[in-house]
Ligand binder design. Structure first.
Ligand SMILES: [Zn+2]
Length: 198
């Protein structure tokens, strides 16, 4: 990994879906790499899209069915992690190394559930509120809050929705990526960014 002066990680949760392909096109136009925290239930149904993501980008684990882990028993958390790990590995053809909690909220026994898979739990530093805001407002918030070494989270899905409308997110990505490049940021996968920090 080349040491970047202004590294930034763009991450997407809750996919993959048909709309994910539009995000891939935007990222490809700027040769920007990102990290996609996928749900096992979505990766199973959209295996070709999961694989298309993994060709260029990092895929990571966002549980099987997107539950609030705080309300889950340790055994349920272990199953959510393991099932998603298997589904994503099979669909995408790449084994996740990173994990992110649904809603950013951990639960009892999460560490024990992640350890056998070698997964590291990753949060974010900038959240775009893209599930409820129009593109201009998402982009404004993200661009204002981004700092070197940050991790931005947007969403290429909406929780368990099998056919989400992510057009505002896609439009926000169209605005955010060229502007951050213009400001001298270098896009890295979340794993690359975290490796560089240690
Ligand atoms: Zn999520």
């Amino acid at each position: 990994v080349v040491r970047a002066l202004k590294p930034i990680a763009l991450t997407f949760d809750d996919g993959p879906h048909a709309g994910t392909l539009e995000i891939l096109r935007v990222l490809s136009a700027y040769q920007a790499r990102a990290t996609f925290f996928q749900c096992g239930m979505h990766a199973r149904r959209n295996a070709e899209i999961a694989r298309a993501v993994a060709e260029t980008h990092e895929v990571a684990n966002h549980t099987e069915t997107h539950p609030l882990l705080l309300r889950c028993l340790p055994g349920t958390i272990a199953r959510e992690v393991a099932e998603a790990q298997e589904a994503i590995s099979r669909a995408a053809g790449a084994v996740p190394r990173l994990f992110r909690c649904p809603y950013g909220v951990p639960g009892l026994g999460l560490g024990r559930a992640l350890r056998p898979h070698g997964l590291h739990n990753v949060f974010w530093t900038v959240i775009g509120n893209d599930w409820k805001w129009p593109a201009a407002r998402i982009a404004e918030r993200v661009l204002k809050a981004t700092r070197p070494g940050g991790i931005i989270v947007l969403h290429d899905g909406r929780d368990v929705d099998p056919a989400p409308d992510i057009s505002e997110t896609v439009e926000a990505v169209r605005r955010i990526v060229p502007e951050l490049l213009q400001r001298g940021y270098q896009f890295q996968t979340a794993s690359e960014l975290l490796c560089q920090k240690t």
